[in-house]
Design a protein around this ligand. Structure first.
Ligand SMILES: NC(=O)c1ccc[n+]([C@@H]2O[C@H](COP(=O)([O-])OP(=O)(O)OC[C@H]3O[C@@H](n4cnc5c(N)ncnc54)[C@H](O)[C@@H]3O)[C@@H](O)[C@H]2O)c1
Ligand SMILES: CC(=O)N[C@@H]1[C@@H](OP(=O)(O)OP(=O)(O)OC[C@H]2O[C@@H](n3ccc(=O)[nH]c3=O)[C@H](O)[C@@H]2O)O[C@H](CO)[C@@H](O)[C@@H]1O
Length: 461
C-alpha cells in the first residue's frame, strides 16, 4: 500500500497473484458465457473453480467431458481439467472460500405477462449469497451477467455485505464488467476482439478489476465511472441492435412491396461509414437482444420515463415470425398448394446461424402461427444441423432431423428460419428434391439461382 499526499494509491494485488500463477478464480454459472470465461481465465494462468447448480453438468466436467460449441474452449478446458487447473462444483460457498476472484455469469430472467414486465434476480441473489458466505477480506467479486442499471449496487452489494459482514470497497472489491461475447467465437471475443468494459463500486474495486482484466483482454480495458454506467452500456449495445434489426425488417417489407432488392440497397447504404443497416430475418432470438430492451423499459418505468422507440422496435421484431408464417401461407396459395395437406419443412431451429442455442428462436413462433391457423403437427418437419433433440418440438409432435436431404425430399414448402452455413447453397438444389416448388427464405441465405421468395431480394409473397 502506497500513501502519497494523503491520497491512498493501492497497488492492485490480485493481478500480481495472477502473474505469479497463484490466483484462484471461481466462475458462477457454467453456461455459454461461463464456460468461455473459465477457458479465458485458465488460459491466463489462473486456477479455475467452475460453479453450477446443474450437478449433471458439474459431474460431466469433472469426468473430463467438455461440451461446448467452440473447439478452442473445449481444448483449453479439457487440458485444464487434466492438469488440475479446472475443477467444477455445485458448492458455491466452498468455491468462494477457496478463491480470490468470484465471477458471476448466471442469468437474470425476464417475467413477462400481458400487462406487466418484471425481472427475476433469483439466480443472481442465490449466487451472491453463496459467494458472500465464503467471502474474505481482499477478495474481488465481478458481476458479468447482463442486468438492469443499478443491479450491482442495489441487489448484489447488499446480499454480499449481508452474507459476509464485510463492507464493499473497504474489505472486499466489487465490480461490474459486462460480457460482450458472441457465442461461436466467445473466447476470442474475451481475449482478443473487444476491450473489456469495467467499473467498480469505488476506485479500489475498479482498479483491482481493471488491472486483472488487463492481463486477460489484449484489446485493453475501458474503465467507466460507475457500475450503473457499465450496466447501461451493455444494454445500450443490445437496444441499438434490436432497433436496427427492426429498421431492417420494416424497410425490407417496403422494398419487397416495391420489388426492390433490399440486399443491394443495404450494401450500397452501408458503403458509407455512417450507415450500419442490419439484416431482415425471421425474427430476433436468443436470451440477449430480445431481453435487454425490456430491462431498460423496466428501469425506465420505475423513473417515469417512456421509451416508445424501444417498445415499438421490440413489437416489430416480435411480430416478424408471424409475418414469415403468413408469407409462407400466401406463397402456398399462389402456387396452388393446399396448406391443409402440404408437407412443410422448416430449416433451422437455433436462434441464429452455426450455434446450437434455441432459446427464443423465431422458429418456435413460426410453428405456433402455422398451428394456430390449422396446420397439423404431422405436416411439419424441422431440420437443424446442430440441434439433436428439442422438448418443445417433441411436445408438439413435430419431427426434428439432422439429415437435410431426407427432410427436403418430397416437401411442398421449405421455410428458412436460421442462417446456418449449411443453408448457404443454391436454391435449385433444394427445389430439385421437392414435390411442389415453394421456398420462403426468411434469412436471405440461399443463392437465389431459381424462382424462390427471399426476404431481401425484392420477391416476397
Ligand atoms: N449467451 C450469450 O451469447 C451471452 C452473451 C453475453 C452475455 N450474456 C449474459 O450472460 C449471462 C449468462 O448467459 P448464458 O447464455 O451463459 O446463460 P446459460 O443459460 O447458458 O447458463 C447459465 C448457467 O448458470 C447456471 N446457474 C443458474 N443459477 C445458478 C446459480 N445460482 N449458481 C450457479 N450457477 C447457476 C445454470 O445452470 C446454467 O448452466 C446472462 O446474463 C446473459 O444475458 C449471454
Ligand atoms: C455480449 C452479448 O450479449 N452479445 C450479444 C450477441 O447477441 P446474440 O448472440 O443474441 O446474436 P445476435 O447476432 O445479436 O442475434 C440476435 C438475433 O437477431 C437476429 N439478427 C441479428 C442481426 C441482424 O442483422 N438481423 C437479425 O435478424 C439473429 O438471427 C438472432 O436471432 O452478439 C451480438 C453481436 O456481437 C451482440 O450485439 C449481442 O449483445
Amino acid at each position: 500500500m502506497v500513501t502519497f499526499l494523503k491520497k491512498v494509491i493501492s497497488t492492485p494485488v490480485l493481478a500480481d497473484l495472477l502473474r505469479r500463477g497463484e490466483l484462484v478464480v471461481a466462475v458462477y454459472g457454467l453456461g455459454y458465457v461461463g464456460m468461455a470465461l473459465s477457458a479465458a481465465w485458465a488460459l491466463a494462468g489462473a486456477r479455475v473453480i467452475g460453479v453450477d447448480i446443474n450437478s449433471g453438468k458439474v459431474e460431466k466436467l469433472n469426468s473430463g467431458v467438455v461440451e461446448y460449441v467452440e473447439k478452442d474452449v473445449v481444448d483449453v478446458l479439457t487440458h485444464a481439467i487434466r492438469s488440475g487447473k479446472f475443477t467444477a462444483t455445485t458448492d458455491g460457498v466452498v468455491a468462494s472460500i477457496r478463491s480470490h476472484v468470484k465471477i458471476v455469469a448466471v442469468p437474470v430472467f425476464l417475467k413477462k405477462s400481458a400487462t406487466a414486465i418484471d425481472v427475476d434476480f433469483s439466480a443472481l441473489t442465490s449466487a451472491a449469497k453463496s459467494i458472500g458466505a465464503g467471502l474474505k477480506k481482499g477478495d474481488l467479486v465481478i458481476v458479468e451477467s447482463s442486468v438492469p442499471p443499478g443491479t450491482t449496487e442495489e441487489v448484489v452489494r447488499s446480499v454480499l455485505e449481508g452474507a459476509s459482514g464485510l463492507v464493499a470497497e473497504e474489505d472486499f472489491y466489487l465490480a461490474y464488467s459486462p460480457e460482450r461475447v458472441m457465442v461461436g467465437h466467445a473466447l476470442k471475443d474475451i481475449v482478443e476482439n473487444y476491450p473489456k468494459v469495467v467499473a467498480g463500486v469505488g476506485p479500489r474495486s475498479a482498479e483491482e478489476a481493471a488491472e486483472l482484466y488487463r492481463q486477460v483482454a489484449k484489446r485493453g480495458v475501458l474503465v467507466l465511472e460507475s457500475t450503473r454506467e457499465a450496466e447501461f452500456e451493455k444494454l445500450l449495445e443490445g437496444v441499438y441492435r434490436d432497433v436496427n434489426i427492426a429498421v431492417a425488417n420494416e424497410m425490407a417489407k417496403l422494398a419487397n412491396t416495391l420489388g426492390i432488392s433490399f440486399r443491394r440497397a443495404r450494401e450500397a447504404a452501408n458503403s458509407q461509414p455512417y450507415s450500419h443497416v442490419h439484416k431482415p430475418g425471421s425474427g430476433v432470438g436468443g436470451n440477449c437482444i430480445p431481453v435487454y430492451p425490456y430491462f431498460l423499459m423496466w428501469t425506465a418505468a420505475k423513473y417515469g420515463v417512456d421509451l416508445p422507440l424501444t417498445r415499438t422496435a421490440r413489437f416489430i421484431n416480435e411480430k416478424q415470425p408471424e409475418e414469415v408464417a403468413f408469407a409462407a401461407l400466401r406463397a402456398m396459395l399462389k402456387h396452388g398448394v393446399n396448406p391443409a395437406a402440404a408437407k412443410i419443412v422448416i430449416l433451422g431451429l437455433a436462434f441464429r446461424g452455426d450455434v446450437d442455442d434455441t432459446r427464443g428462436s423465431p422458429t418456435y413462433d413460426i410453428i405456433a402461427t402455422l398451428l394456430k391457423v390449422g396446420i397439423k403437427s404431422e405436416q411439419i418437419t424441422v431440420h437443424d444441423p446442430y440441434v439433436k433433440q428439442d422438448m418443445l418440438l417433441a411436445r408438439w409432435g413435430i419431427a426434428l432431423t439432422q439429415d437435410l436431404e431426407s427432410a427436403v425430399k418430397g416437401a411442398d414448402v421449405v421455410i428458412i428460419s436460421t442462417d446456418h452455413s449449411a443453408y448457404k447453397i443454391k436454391a435449385s438444389v433444394l427445389l430439385s428434391l421437392m414435390n411442389s416448388q415453394v421456398v420462403v427464405d426468411a434469412r436471405g441465405v440461399l443463392t437465389p439461382d431459381a424462382d424462390i421468395y427471399s426476404i431481401d431480394s425484392g420477391r416476397w409473397p
